[in-house]
Design a protein around this ligand. Sequence first.
Ligand code: ZN
Ligand code: ZN
Ligand code: FE
Length: 757
Amino acid sequence: MKKALQIKVVGVVQGVGFRPFVYRLAETLSLTGWVFNSSEGVKIYLEGSEENLLFFLEKLKKEAPPLSQIYHLEIQEVPYEGLEDFKILKSEEKGKIELDILPDLGICKDCLLELFQRENRRYRYPFITCVNCGPRFSILEKIPYERENTTMKFFKLCPSCKEEYENPLNRRFHAEPIACPVCGPYLELYASSGEKLASSEKALELSQKYLKEGKILAVKGLTGFHLVARADDPQVIEILRSRKRRSKKPFAVMFREITQLENYVELTDEDKKLLLSPQAPILLLPDKGLLPANLNEGLNTLGVFLPYTPLHHLLLKDLSFPLIATSGNFSDEPIVFENEEALSKLSQIADYLLLHNRPIKRGLDDSVIKRSGTFYIFIRRARGYTPLPIFLKLSTKKVILAVGAQERNTFSLAFKNKIISSHHLGDIEDVISLSHFERCVYDFLKLYGIWPEIIVSDLHPRYETTRWALEFSQKEGIPLIQLQHHLAHIYSVLAEKGEIPEEEVLGVSWDGTGYGLDKTIWGGEFFLIRGLHFERIFTLRPFSLIGGEKALKDTRRIALSLLFEIFGEEALSLDLPFLKTLRESEVLMFYQAWKRKINSPSTTSIGRLFDGFSALLGICYYNTYSGEAPMRLEKLYQPNFKEAYPFSIKEGFYIDWEEVIRGVLRDFSNPSACATKFINGLARIILEIAKLSGVRKVVLSGGVFMNGPLMFKTLSLLKEEGFETLRNELFPPNDGGISLGQAFYGVLKLNFDAPVS
Ligand code: ZN
Ligand code: ZN
Ligand code: FE
């Protein structure tokens, strides 16, 4: 008895080899029918025996191509037609495209194999790719994802490539970016003077020669430029630092292969999987300390990754040393991705530039993930992950644009039942970065063919993004919602789960700085949250930031502020090393400023407490990059040491740190014990408050939770006591996740609140 089924597959099913997979599966099960891409997903019609149809459905889910993601299957029994064979039909082009855009992917195993096969026609071809790998989002000009809509439209397929492209049984069937040495892009090497030196194989050969000599190269990769240099030479590192204007911030290192990498960092099997995945992120792992200290000064982690494009593989293949590969830009500027800009800008940093003529439509930085114990914390979400959506269990009738915060900015778009977040855009703090932000917003709007009907921003009146949102809402006549920063952090976690938060949760939102509802600087907040309702139930005992903004860099000002709070003027006579690094007149001046509250705003920030703490211990007196002091403290943490400093609750509202500071003054000679007891103490106070709060779900977010030991300790304590814990798993707990939280809050508000007008 033969039957017929119609199946609709919704999800990430375009550009991943889904139709050929369906074709092969149908053939092996002797089923007839057809498959094609429609606007709503892949549609399949199948005929055959009931048994084989069931087999098909089972295998469709189990054996789907590795990059595909099936969100939803619709199966319907339909009249039997009696077709003779199985066909892949031409795509349906009408209607709105609702398929998701795939992120850029690292080279797959099959292509890597072919890359080094002498007899292959793509032997050593730096742009080898197939349906399972290569550029996607970064070359897309508009949807649907088809070759004419990507920057590959400039390259006409040669007959051999065309044959592969049109053969359903080939791995390159409808693989949009495919090319070969005959028809595709090629390499060119330039000197920083702009003189063209070589192309193709010769360009590669010379590049390797220059790298061996310790030269700095700008290399055009998958989604932007890297600055590349040998990672084993402290002098080369120093030159790169001074030219890039990046004094201490650690550099990431690319290794030829896992077996080389294993010598340099401590690797788990999970780490290997992640490093070898198509996302190929930079992983921060425990450093064995074999590379020069000025690569990651004062830290015990090293950012490592593996070659993820054929070009990287070719470049590293014959080199005995690993390479620094850091974003091609001057510190804090957007990543360079166009040849002209590279030639004008990166030529000031690099000695040589290795370019190619496959245009990149938008630049994305590498994604960065940190491992702490057995779990992973996103630090930066970009290449390989953007623009995969977060799916919600509720939907929004209006398009919501959430503009994020200021540091590590991203923006997000909520529409239908999903939120799509932009890649990491860096700090938005001047005209240049703001106009970059604006360009990216318009780029996304155009790509998805949508326009904001509601806009959500931070509350901070001086954030560039807040001002921009205000202006946009006035110009477009659409409502603006402002959400307090630390609440946005908590909502970012709830957004990841996509659920309607019906149960009351305890939100622990700890970060560097955020604008509070009382107009002071918050950063050590405990909220009870249910749906749209919240109550701030605890915060850190406030202290002053002497000199305002200056105290964000100069950690000694915070250490002094903490001491003044406890000892008043007597703090001046304490015998502490950090005091000796300041002139007596300076210390007096700080005291006066503190006492009279001159340019010394009050804060409840745990991030700043970390800063002050590390100055007290003499670990870090100056943050040359965001998070330096707390990162240096992490190095001192001893996982097996159980003692903790006692944070206490005062006036039923404040978490007091006074006993902690007094403890440090006693244990001062053992900084490692101090740091460990500090972090353990913070974890314990979270547990204590969780118990007091009467809820069973605890949500952790905010930049402070990039601190591995703190996150790990807090999670284990809470779990031991039976609490359910939620944290950011797909997005960073830092301000990179703010826009996601804002967007989700907007969706909740639309669904559950009085109409936003
Ligand atoms: Zn491939
Ligand atoms: Zn070709
Ligand atoms: Fe924050």
